[in-house]
Design a protein around this ligand. Structure first.
Ligand code: KG4
Ligand code: ZN
Length: 345
């Protein structure tokens, strides 16, 4: 039975997990740094890197102890090697290298986006390739055709803000604190999604790219006008964002070769209204719908360990100990470069 240790440290979550080949998460831990970054209204890279450096090693020790496995029992050590805040990525990757070297276990340098892209298969054993993937997080907003492990075709990305970023900025405008996505979702439940007229940027255009900067500015103006309540603004923002997602996905699905399933992953996939709208789209198009449980949508190490398992399963080679940490690392290197396609720090 293959067992992989996963390590995640690319943003503000320090995480470690031990995941078996049969999809069981044997042990895992996540330490959020929300409180350290909240006073600044966003993630401060230096603070994040220092926190990873303090927490990661004892966390790995605890998780390995809970899992009841020794380093030598591992089939691989998988760590996020990018894209992300480079100081944090280096803490996780160097820790993984040292452990891999000491225990003589293969190292797997994982693309964080690949972790998100394959995470639905950790939760859903029936999900097979190829599938259409909406990857929506704080740093990324992409539509991909996932054709296999290591084979991703990107059909769309954002020309300005990522969807999670738009949620976070809306939260900031409404004074809801950081991180904003869950707070906007909660407040939106009390509001009327039709109360505030807001734009749907790029809806109706033939190329399925995303744009959310104009929506954020409109939220700012609506709030400053004093004519709308925060719950109505939150609900109307969320609805506008969902309308954009459904329109862009429809265009992308029409353009891509057939798939059996529509899949969502990344932090924003934890949003129940977003999931509901996507489930509706999937059923209208006769597609299976798959989404990881919310705890596997936001950053975690189980998805990184799982990506390592997927690589082992196709016989992918280990990565060398001199592999570099990468602040930017597109999943589909052949896709046209678009501003915002890599990680936006
Ligand atoms: O995947 P993730 O944990 O980190 C990145 O790789 O970026 O995603 C974090 C993003 C944040 O922007 C956060 O506000 C958003 O996901 N998010 C949500 C929800 N939960 C997290 N957005 C909307 N609704 C949610 N429930
Ligand atoms: Zn992420």
């Amino acid at each position: 039975m293959g067992i992989v240790l996963g390590i995640e440290s690319s943003c503000d979550e320090t995480a470690a997990a031990v995941v078996a080949h049969d999809r069981s998460i044997i042990a895992q831990a996540i330490a959020s740094q929300d409180e350290s970054h909240a006073p600044y209204g966003g993630v401060v890279p230096e603070i994040a890197a220092r926190a990873h450096a303090e927490r990661l090693a004892p966390m790995i020790e605890t998780v390995m102890h809970e899992a009841g496995v020794a380093l030598a029992d591992l089939d691989a050590i998988a760590a996020t090697a990018g894209p992300g805040l480079i100081g944090g990525v280096m803490v996780g990757l160097v820790t993984a290298k040292a452990l891999a070297m000491a225990a003589d276990v293969p190292l797997m340098a994982i693309n964080h986006l690949e972790g998100h892209a394959l995470s639905p298969r950790l939760a859903d054993a029936e999900l097979t390739f190829p599938y259409a993937l909406l990857l929506v997080s704080g740093g990324h907003c992409q539509i991909l055709r996932v054709e296999g492990v290591g084979r991703y075709r990107r059909l769309a990305t954002t020309i300005d803000d990522a969807l999670g970023e738009a949620f976070d900025k809306t939260a900031k405008i409404l004074g809801l604190g950081f991180p904003g996505g869950p707070a906007v979702e909660r407040l939106a439940r009390e509001g009327d999604p039709r109360a505030v007229p807001l734009p749907r940027p790029l809806v109706g255009t033939a190329d399925p790219q995303f744009s959310f900067a104009g929506l954020k500015s409109a939220v700012l103006r609506a709030n400053e006008s004093g004519r709308h309540t925060p719950p109505d603004i939150a609900a109307s923002f969320q609805q506008a964002a969902i309308d954009c997602v459904i329109d862009r996905l429809t265009v992308a699905l029409n353009a891509m070769e057939p798939v059996d399933a529509l899949v969502v992953a990344g932090g924003v996939a934890a949003n129940a209204s977003v999931r509901g709208a996507l489930e509706g789209l999937a059923s209208r198009r006769g597609l299976r719908f798959s989404a990881p449980p919310p705890a596997l949508c936001t950053d975690n190490a189980a998805m990184i360990a799982w990506a390592g398992q997927e690589r082992l399963a196709i016989g992918a080679p280990a990565d060398p100990l001199d592999i570099a940490a990468r602040p930017r690392w597109p999943l589909d290197p052949a896709a046209d470069p678009v501003r915002g396609a890599g990680y936006k720090a």
